[in-house]
Design a binder for this molecule. Structure first.
Ligand SMILES: Nc1ncnc2c1ncn2[C@@H]1O[C@H](COP(=O)(O)OP(=O)(O)OP(=O)(O)O)[C@@H](O)[C@H]1O
Length: 247
């Protein structure tokens, strides 16, 4: 089994005449916590969309878990163990958090067609859902209205739903966006405790979070991977200061 859970080879992407990447080669190890940083418009979200299958590259390939997935649909990639959360809120507002997590666990177990009512008998799943909510400090909110949750907790719940699928790769687009500094740290410290069976690729603009929680940082600028290295080396790099971090 390869060390790499995700690789892209020679990815080329353009929107009409606007070239985003010419030749993007990228690799991410199993279990790694990997941040993508870079200025606005650098292509970070486009890259993640190519990885998850929301967008198709003009040429080049995406490898996931040792297999080419370039032509797989996003749903096929989710089934293979690649799960993404978005900057936008995508929760089931009509369900309470516990019901939502149970649904995610059913999806993981390939039982998604069971109705929630018939699930009430599945006490093991309910216990597991409750344990996940507890892990992310949401136990007290389990039976409340999802739409009444504060924004920070809604974001946390989205992450719990993704984690419930036990992905090999979890992709997070700015998980701390719109959160207070303390909430941002809480989200990342929960993520830091996840099993190393799950690699995490996250886009983040808050450099305190990036340098504290990433094992590896990739710097995107103007459609190129400028550097991929440890947080310490990225922080010290004159080139990265020039294209992104400033002095
Ligand atoms: N669907 C699209 N159609 C046309 N152009 C697009 C589309 N999506 C993104 N772009 C352009 O591609 C470039 C890269 O955008 P992208 O959103 O990937 O950057 P980013 O690094 O994620 O930026 P940000 O940090 O602001 O989210 C930008 O110039 C953007 O305007």
């Amino acid at each position: 089994m390869s060390d790499m859970v995700l690789e892209t080879r020679d990815l080329h992407m353009a929107f009409g005449g606007l070239v985003i990447f010419n030749c993007m080669n990228f690799a991410l190890r199993r279990g790694e916590r990997h941040a993508i940083i870079g200025p606005n418009g650098a292509g970070k979200t486009t890259f993640v969309s190519l990885v998850t299958g929301l967008l198709k590259p003009k040429s080049g390939n995406v490898f996931f878990d040792g297999r080419i997935v370039t032509n797989d649909t996003p749903q096929q990639r989710v089934k293979a163990g690649m799960v993404r959360t978005f900057q936008i809120n995508s929760l089931f507002k009509a369900l309470n958090p516990l019901e939502s997590v149970v649904l995610a666990l059913l999806e993981r177990d390939g039982k998604a067609r069971l109705s929630l009512r018939s699930v009430s008998a599945e006490t093991k799943l309910i216990d597991e859902a409750m344990a996940l909510l507890t892990q992310f400090d949401l136990a007290r909110d389990a039976y409340g209205l999802t739409e009444a949750l504060p924004y920070g907790k809604q974001r946390l719940l989205e992450i719990v739903l993704a984690v419930a699928l036990q992905p090999k790769l979890l992709l997070l687009d700015e998980p701390a966006a719109g959160l207070s500094t303390q909430q941002g740290h809480e989200v990342f410290s929960q993520l830091a405790h996840l099993s190393k069976d799950t690699a995490i690729l996250f886009i983040e603009h808050d450099m305190n979070l990036v340098f504290r929680y990433a094992d590896v940082v990739s710097v995107f600028a103007a459609g190129a991977l400028v550097m991929q290295d440890t947080p310490e080396n990225v922080r010290r790099s004159p080139r990265v200061r020039e294209v992104y971090l400033g002095n």
